[in-house]
Write a protein that binds this ligand. Structure first.
Ligand code: PGA
Length: 257
């Protein structure tokens, strides 16, 4: 299966950071300055920072994203944020199914509902899939396949091309990660993800979808991942909180042919 060249996308997942709105503004300004025409940069910020980011004018090259939305339109859901509440912000992307949210009870069925709402609202879902551990019998492949089939079950197949899939093995995420994945492991999984999508929706759609990697990404390994890991970009946690480091990753993506 030859994979078509997709435009690279570098997504910042700030998680519950930074601690103040002043730092958030500085961080966004720095990232925007370091973003470039040939790369889609996205900043997925905490909700309280959307106003200040809107003021700093997200652009086509440096877009605004969120880290979650609720799967229902409204109702008695204390502490949650619905999609319609975001209507006054230029939100273009939303992360769904991050492992840190799955750990709090987010199921594939709930994620499917979120993706349905996002597609209708023309916001690009960034669907995270990933296994807890790698076993020798290859059960982890079954986990990824099930996540894809169930999370994509409520939307028309023609919409798949508007989704970004982020492969994020749990064992590679965060400061306590066992180790980052290798480019070989990433490449194998990107091929598997495209194969699963191809089985459901056909190879054209599978090639159009952007598949990215997340898990301890840094400027040190970004180039080799882009060259040998089969990915169209990254979902970046800790390194997205450091302007120099994150904009270096953007520049490396821009330099890839
Ligand atoms: P990390 O987080 O880059 O800090 O490992 C990635 C993520 O959880 O999206």
């Amino acid at each position: 299966m030859s994979v078509q060249k997709n435009k690279k996308i570098i997504i910042a997942n700030w998680k519950m950071n930074p601690g103040t709105i002043t730092i958030a503004e500085k961080l966004f300004k720095g990232i925007k300055k370091g973003s470039m025409k040939g790369v889609d940069t996205v900043v997925c910020a905490p909700f309280p920072y959307l106003t200040i980011i809107k003021k700093n004018k997200p652009s086509a090259f440096c877009a605004l994203g969120v880290q979650n939305i609720h799967h229902e339109k409204e109702g008695a859901h204390t502490g949650e944020v619905s999609l319609s509440m975001l209507a006054s912000f230029p939100v273009k992307y939303a992360i769904v199914g991050h492992s840190e949210r799955r750990a709090q009870g987010e199921t594939n069925q709930i994620i499917a509902q979120k993706i349905g709402l996002l597609i209708k609202a023309k916001i690009t879902p960034v669907l995270c899939v990933g296994e807890k551990e790698r076993d020798h019998s290859g059960f982890y492949l079954h986990t990824i396949k099930e996540q894809l089939i169930e999370c994509l079950s409520l939307i028309p197949k023609a919409s798949y091309k508007n989704i970004v899939i982020a492969y994020e093995p749990l064992w590679a995420i965060g400061k306590d990660a066992a180790r980052p994945a290798t480019p070989e492991e990433s490449n194998e999984m990107v091929i598997f993800i495209r194969k699963c999508v191809s089985d459901i929706a056909g190879s054209t759609v599978a090639h159009q979808m952007r598949v990215i990697y997340g898990g301890s990404v840094s400027s040190k390994d970004a180039s080799v991942f882009l060259r040998e890991g089969g990915v169209d970009g990254f979902l970046v946690g800790r390194a997205s909180l450091d302007i120099k480091e994150f904009t270096k990753i953007i520049a490396l993506a821009g330099a890839q042919k």
